[in-house]
Each structure stands twice: as structure tokens, then as C-alpha cells.
Design a protein. Structure first.
Length: 231
């Protein structure tokens, strides 16, 4: 397990800023193009309302924010991230339909009880305090608002778990290093998944900060989980 101490946010911000130009390409290659379908499935579970206000946390290049707009085109979407190079990539794609703003997921510069839904994709492993992240989501949601998190997990079927491990631990770091020029980032990726909480533990954290009606949905052959909670 990697020990970051207080330096984890600094490490994560610098890592994503470095890989920003090739981040979208690597996601597409690594998931065989299925990452966008997973975001769309998660966006549907967020249920952005007509003329509502949605929040995409650690928005990166904005694909999850755009998926919310696909589900409900009248919904206004705010995308927040502390990796500015990632958002610059997103602005080039979605500046007309997503409001990008700099901010830290653990200290959101946003008022209480504001958003109809709050989503995030592939970020929970990267935060220094998962409980604080969910507490901030809970704080900025309106009563009845929905929090949706999409995250990578290890499959549980024994044979598939072994096959996936060979790909994830062996192929992905080499492929990521070749495509992005930053092998360290893609060695960190599988390690961060192995170091992270089990899905049931994540749901307990959500419950502890106040979320109710918590559901978990496995997608991508059990290699990703969509967490849903209601304020």
C-alpha cells in the first residue's frame, strides 16, 4: 500500500495534470471503448431533473458531466476539479454545455442544499478522506438529491479475477506508459484499486454520513461499481 501522508492531493493533482493530454485515449483503449457507456448508465441513475442543477466532482475532461446532459439536456451541469490541465481538455470539448470551475472535492466552494444530483467517476480511490468526500456531496445536495459514484473494483469470480489481474496489473501499466508517457500513473492505477475499500465498506461510509436508499450496481463484468445514495 502506498503511503502518501498529507502529500496525496499534491501527488494526485500533479499526476492527472501530466497525463491530461492522453487521458481520454487511454480510457478508451483500456476499457475497449466501454467507459462512456458506464458513465451514461451512472448518469441515468443520477436522474437529473428537467431544468435542474447537477454537479460533477473531479470532472476531469468532463465526460461524466456531458453524460448528465445527454440524460437531461435542460439540466445545468457544474464540473469541479483541482487538476486544471484536465479541465482545459474538457473545456475544449464541452465548454458550451458544462460550467467548469476549480475546486477541491473535500472542500467544495459551494453552498449547502443546492444541487439535484452530484456524481463522480473514478475518483474515490484518489481522495485522502473518503468519508469527507461523501460528507461534502451530502452537504451540497438538496434534500432528496442523489449522489452517484462510479468506481473500479476487483471482480469476485475466481477465474475472471485472475484473468483480470493479469491484464490490470501487467498490461495496463505498460500500455499506459506507452500511450501517456507516464508509466508511474498506470502503475498507481491497479495499486489504488487493490488498496481501496470493498464496495460494502463504501456503502457503509455513505450510510454513516447520512445517505439512505443506498444501492450498488456492478457493471463491466464486475470490474466497476455504481454507488447510489439519496439525501
Amino acid at each position: 500500500m502506498t503511503t502518501f501522508g498529507n502529500d496525496k492531493p499534491t501527488y494526485i493533482r500533479a499526476m492527472f495534470n501530466r497525463i491530461a493530454p492522453r487521458y481520454d485515449l487511454m480510457n478508451a483503449v483500456m476499457t475497449l471503448g466501454r467507459h462512456q457507456a458506464c458513465r451514461r448508465a451512472a448518469a441515468r441513475l443520477a436522474r437529473p431533473p428537467r431544468d435542474g442543477l447537477a454537479l460533477d466532482l473531479a470532472t476531469g475532461t468532463g465526460d461524466f458531466a456531458a453524460a448528465l446532459r445527454e440524460v437531461e439536456p435542460t439540466c445545468r451541469v457544474v464540473g469541479i476539479d483541482f487538476a486544471l490541465e484536465m479541465m482545459r481538455q474538457g473545456q475544449a470539448k464541452y465548454n458550451a454545455c458544462v460550467l467548469f470551475a476549480a475546486g477541491d472535492l473535500l472542500h467544495l466552494p459551494l453552498p449547502d442544499n443546492t444541487f439535484d444530483c452530484a456524481v463522480n467517476g473514478f475518483v474515490l480511490r484518489n481522495v485522502a478522506d473518503v468519508r469527507a468526500a461523501f460528507a461534502e456531496m451530502y452537504r451540497v445536495l438538496k434534500p432528496g438529491g442523489r449522489a452517484v459514484s462510479l468506481e473500479i473494483t476487483l471482480p469476485r469470480t475466481p477465474i475472471w479475477k485472475e484473468i483480470f489481474g493479469v491484464y490490470f496489473d501487467g498490461v495496463v501499466p505498460r500500455l499506459g506508459g506507452w500511450l501517456s508517457g507516464n508509466a508511474d500513473a498506470y502503475r498507481y492505477l491497479p495499486q489504488s484499486v487493490r488498496d481501496f475499500l470493498a464496495p460494502e465498506q463504501v456503502s457503509e461510509v455513505m450510510r454513516a454520513v447520512g445517505f439512505r436508499e443506498i444501492t450498488l450496481r456492478w457493471v463491466m463484468l464486475g470490474t466497476m461499481v455504481i454507488y447510489v445514495g439519496v439525501k
